[in-house]
Design a protein around this ligand. Structure first.
Ligand SMILES: NC(=O)c1ccc[n+]([C@@H]2O[C@H](COP(=O)([O-])OP(=O)(O)OC[C@H]3O[C@@H](n4cnc5c(N)ncnc54)[C@H](OP(=O)(O)O)[C@@H]3O)[C@@H](O)[C@H]2O)c1
Length: 281
């Protein structure tokens, strides 16, 4: 279902970080030892070596953990854009999201906290719920409910104490999107960026008619294609600075390429606690 499908055979891998081992004689802006990210989606990062024009890469700082550099360009950037490009958020505003323990979701929580924007978060019920709750709360989540709890009295009481959310972020689709939509403020925007349930986005009719909800989508690859390299570098620098300062964390597990099949199996499992990152050497 993904919108980018390279002609086969192809090297997999949309994102990652690489170290420059050699620069061509006419390359002036990259040198041996620099860390680089692919400039365009679909580079094919599951490899030990690549030869490409210097313009295919964006140099990034190398004083942060490699697994953070490897995973900054899609999920944290998506969170960054969605908090800036749709609603002019101000301190004290409230936003709401589902899939809140996803890599995008945890970045949303931490970036919102820096903006002094409060977050209402929905996650799936799961065996290690208390661990996930404590992680999200430590990153600044204001309220966290399971998909069942969000309909109940506990959530109703807590939500009544907050202004209604002006922005909703939908990673899941199906009825989970409906739960976000029905709790939004009049005129709020509901942004769909993922479809993890593989179900169509359901939006209650009344939220469109009576509450004037605006339903839109976001795709990082489209943003990259329609914005300058300088704009992208500025965003990456901002996020990497936060990572360097310990203001933006993620749960990441690095698996060596020798355990490739183990990594694939783990990444397919639901209720993961960590993002699985492959290390090629
Ligand atoms: N539009 C864009 O530009 C853009 C950018 C980045 C990511 N995305 C999309 O955003 C989504 C999240 O990406 P990610 O890398 O942040 O994800 P991730 O870290 O792998 O997390 C996946 C999330 O989806 C939840 N989930 C999985 N299956 C589900 C189901 N059947 N019903 C409800 N929730 C389910 C997981 O919950 P559990 O922990 O309970 O399993 C978890 O919260 C993906 O669909 C991805 O393609 C889109």
């Amino acid at each position: 279902v993904y919108n980018i499908r390279p002609p086969l055979p192809a090297v997999g891998g949309n994102e990652g970080v690489a170290e420059v081992v050699e620069a061509g004689a006419q390359v002036s802006d990259l040198q041996k030892g620099d860390w680089v990210l692919p400039a365009a989606p679909g580079f094919g990062t599951w490899r030990t070596l690549a030869v490409a024009p210097a313009a295919s890469f964006i140099r990034v700082r190398s004083d942060i953990p490699a697994e953070y550099a490897a995973t900054v360009s899609v999920n944290p950037c998506t969170a960054y854009r969605m908090l800036r490009d749709f609603v002019a958020l101000k301190p004290g505003d409230v936003i709401m999201q589902n899939g809140s323990n996803s890599a995008v979701g945890v970045a949303v929580i931490q970036l919102a906290r820096r903006m002094r924007v409060r977050t209402i978060n929905i996650i799936r019920d799961r065996p290690d719920l208390s661990y996930v709750l404590s992680r999200l709360t430590s990153w600044g989540a204001d309220l966290v409910f399971t998909e069942d709890e969000i309909r109940g009295p506990k959530a109703r009481e807590a939500l009544a104490k907050l202004p209604k959310p002006v922005l909703g972020l939908n990673c899941v689709g199906g009825t989970s999107a409906a739960e976000v939509a029905r709790l939004l403020a009049d005129g709020a925007q509901l942004i769909t960026y993922g479809g993890m349930s593989r179900k169509p986005v359901t939006v209650p009719t009344g939220t469109l008619i009576f509450n004037d909800i605006v339903v839109r989508g976001f795709w990082m690859s489209r943003w990259i294609a329609t914005h300058s390299r300088a704009e992208r570098s500025a965003m990456l620098d901002d996020l990497l600075e936060m990572i360097h300062n310990g203001e933006l964390e993620a749960n990441i597990e690095t698996v060596p390429f020798a355990r490739f099949s183990d990594a694939l199996l783990r990444s397919k499992q639901g209720y993961r606690t960590h993002k699985v990152v492959l290390k090629f050497e």
